[in-house]
Design a protein around this ligand. Structure first.
Ligand SMILES: [Zn+2]
Length: 461
């Protein structure tokens, strides 16, 4: 599925309770740039399905547990060398997700860090209003590794306490009171043990993070998770463990790194957002760590940004979504919001649907110019660059069209140029070095579609 569509579908889930009336103020969860996870979310309605207590605590290897048990565990295990070197994550997982992690090839392993000997960024006062921002200290190529961090906590984004919720219903507890009661109970039973599972230093770092829900709406632990959580991509439960609506099963990770400077992630994180972001986060399950990577070329001195929203949405929708974080975006696409920018983003979104048809038409029609596809996608890429949307999936789609066209034309130079950028784009999104093969002529020459649209002989006949 198109990633921006996934973002839409995921973020629409962030509700607490099981009726529309119980909608939580949605704290963002973006997939368009795979950030922020939130909160307290969807409540499954199947009472028999879910135990409402932690049934295993730090199960020893080989302990038996069911896919629906809640498990409190620190990862990677303390026996692994990277646990003492790079810390452990205090996790609340359901059995299905825990099994999935244990079965991930390579788990557990040490995280990889940026190769340069000194940090490629500094934390300094932001150029966008108050607070701190993150600035590149050198030119960063697309895909460049900016930082690595193992999260302090990983917890479900879905509250599963149907029995408790049913009790509230019987007692006629409704609306806001019900929502608060559910969050409070979830925190007391499930999240406090996660907090207590951390070491002293980690607890201090966690408690020092920003909490935009401090005014009695929920407790500290849930507040910090709702404010700072990032989606932990790749950690989820099996399909059959999802809530009754097929929702949930996702996890949020809380990191401290960006707040290390002064433990005010609030300011720093919020200034990290842009609707034309230059970086993206990814979660590497084997090393149980987040990576931040550049999604486009970042000049030395430039402020590094990620996106918390679906970047192809119109400005007014982005702002309304970002309100749940308690801030107004002041990026160049938002200040002032322009009809031209909105139009470009809408056209880019629809351009994705046309790529395959354009390509197929070109492949089958020798009367169309050789550079028909190249011209089309290069035109869109100029729009993408103008809007600073290289982090979006739309960029990948058009780069891919360029590579495919060059492959079909047997154009080695074109393949190297666009394939290299495509490989770096994938590196930035996935951390996978092997994606650089996209720019490898030898690899691409081996494809069955190499030279597929070399028509000269036919045209001359
Ligand atoms: Zn913006």
């Amino acid at each position: 599925m198109e990633r921006d569509t996934v973002a839409q579908s995921i973020r629409d889930r962030w509700t607490v309770g099981d009726t529309e009336d119980d909608q939580c103020d949605r704290i963002p969860q973006s997939r368009s740039n795979r950030d922020v996870a939130d909160p307290a979310t969807h409540l499954t309605r199947d009472p028999a399905h879910v135990p409402e207590q932690i049934t295993y605590i730090s199960p020893p290897p080989g302990a038996s547990f069911s896919d629906t048990d809640f498990i409190l565990v620190s990862l990677p295990p303390s026996t692994h060398p990277s646990a003492s070197l790079h810390g452990q994550t205090s996790c609340l997982l359901r059995g299905g997700a825990y099994k999935h992690i244990l079965a991930t090839p390579g788990f557990p392993c040490a995280p990889t860090f940026p190769s340069s000997s000194s940090p490629v960024y500094i934390i300094a006062p932001s150029r966008h209003g108050l607070g701190l921002g993150m600035f590149a200290t050198c030119d960063l190529e697309i895909g460049a590794h900016i930082l690595t961090e193992r999260p302090l906590t990983v917890t479900p984004t879905t509250i599963r306490m149907p029995v408790f919720a049913a009790e509230l219903d019987r007692s006629n507890v409704r609306g806001e009171e019900r929502r608060k009661a559910i969050m409070g109970e979830w925190e007391r039973r499930f999240l406090d043990p996660v907090f207590n599972g951390m070491g002293k230093e980690e607890k201090e770092a966690f408690a020092g993070l920003a909490n935009c829900h401090a005014e009695g709406e929920c407790g500290m632990v849930l507040g910090v998770i709702r404010t700072n959580g990032f989606e932990v991509e790749g950690v989820r439960e099996d399909e059959e463990d999802e809530g009754v609506d097929g929702e949930g099963g996702e996890y949020a990770g809380v990191c401290r790194d960006m707040c290390r400077a002064n433990h005010r992630s609030f300011a720093i994180q919020f200034n990290l957002h842009s609707c034309s972001p230059s970086a993206d986060r990814l979660f590497d399950v084997p090393s149980f760590s987040f990576q931040l990577r550049a999604t486009r070329f970042i000049k030395a001195g430039e402020e590094i940004s990620v996106s918390y929203c679906t970047v192809l949405d119109p400005a007014v929708e982005r702002q309304s979504y970002l309100t749940s974080y308690g801030f107004t975006c002041t990026c160049t696409a938002c200040l002032p919001p322009t009809h031209a920018s909105d139009t470009r983003r809408a056209l880019l979104r629809s351009s994705i649907d046309e790529i395959d048809d354009t390509f197929d038409e070109w492949l089958a029609d020798p009367l169309l110019a050789d550079d028909f596809v190249l011209k089309s996608s290069l035109r869109w890429i100029r729009v993408i660059e103008k809007e600073g949307l290289e982090a979006s999936d739309v960029y990948r789609h058009h780069l891919h069209a360029l590579v495919r066209a060059c492959v079909a034309l047997g154009d080695e130079e074109g393949v190297m140029r666009y394939g290299r950028t495509l490989g770096l784009w994938w590196l930035g999104q996935s951390g996978r070095e092997d994606m650089l093969k996209m720019g490898d002529v030898k690899y691409l020459r081996g494809r069955p579609d190499w030279g597929m649209r070399v028509w000269e002989e036919h045209v001359e006949e």
